[in-house]
Write a protein that binds this ligand. Sequence first.
Ligand SMILES: Cc1ncc(COP(=O)(O)O)c(C=O)c1O
Length: 375
Amino acid sequence: MPAASARPSASHGQSLRDRLPAFPWDKLEPYKKTAAAHPDGIVDLSVGTPVDPVPELVQKALMDAADSPGYPTVWGTLALRDAITGWLERRLGARDVTHHHVLPVVGSKELVAWLPTQLGLGPGDKVAYPRLAYPTYEVGARLARADYEVYDDPRELDPSGLKLLWLNSPSNPTGRVLSKEDLAGIVSWAREHGVLLVSDECYLELGWDADPVSVLHPDVNEGSYDGVVAVHSLSKRSNLAGYRAAFIAGDPTVLGPLLEIRKHGGMMTPAPTQAAAVAALGDDEHVRVQRERYAARREALRGALLGHGFRIEHSEASLYLWATRDESCWDTVSHLAGLGILVAPGDFYGEAGDRFVRVALTATDERVRAAVARL
Ligand SMILES: Cc1ncc(COP(=O)(O)O)c(C=O)c1O
């Protein structure tokens, strides 16, 4: 019965499309073609995907764990939980972190996209995130059919119906960092109104002109993890985007039920990735080396953009420069594509970004030199 079976699948397809925003990167394709036609090749600074090698000790740990025939656990090995709690205390200054305060996830994007659903949010519940933001916060709300709202300062939101408040400091796309005082004020506002605060801190180790602080720091949360969860990823700090290694940490009364749901859902980090994450979290030296690479690229690109007539706002941390020529972002994208340089238009991250472009630091030194020469 082909006709009868075709109809339901077509309507399912439509309802899925209604739940998702348009995939914006397709709009960049013509500019990518233009940039690729440059005689010396494209410099792609659009997507922030790491290009430097996976640290040797991490590759070795992955290979040593290659013989992993059994199912991995959702909560992670004891070694992984120890590595996470150790890192949280050592690098973020968090205190009294137990295994009940941590939960591995399969890269942070899946967590961001599915957290509202896994928390049981739905129509009538509200999710809020920054006016300029990583698009997956909206995707997550839409997948849960929850309502969503953007903010400039979360303390100005109407808290009624607000169930999940996303923070992202350092920010993608602007590189803005929230001060310790602001974070503390937002934590206390969220607690006062019974709103779960989830802080996406995946760029925390990439501060340049600022020293980003975690919501897990006692100066921010008054020594309590009530109502507070932080999201961390190894994708950027350890070049592990291809491994899918991330975790959340904070309020055990939130993480406990999430662990149960994720067990039922089979959301397991592969065992070799877990072993690789243990090695990565135990080593600060490769992070220092990687930071130096990004710092040098940032200085070179920053100088070249300023010299070319750009203004740069925020960008005190993260892997991006948030730059403008005070014109439509698409005019800037087009201008740079003519020089063989591809960047992301600011309106991908919200309408408020429509006069900015996001320039990623994730290209090789050779490609960054090429961009600087062209500018
Ligand atoms: C703000 C933010 N959160 C989360 C992610 C997802 O990172 P991953 O899934 O690699 O951990 C990204 C990736 O670019 C990001 O910019």
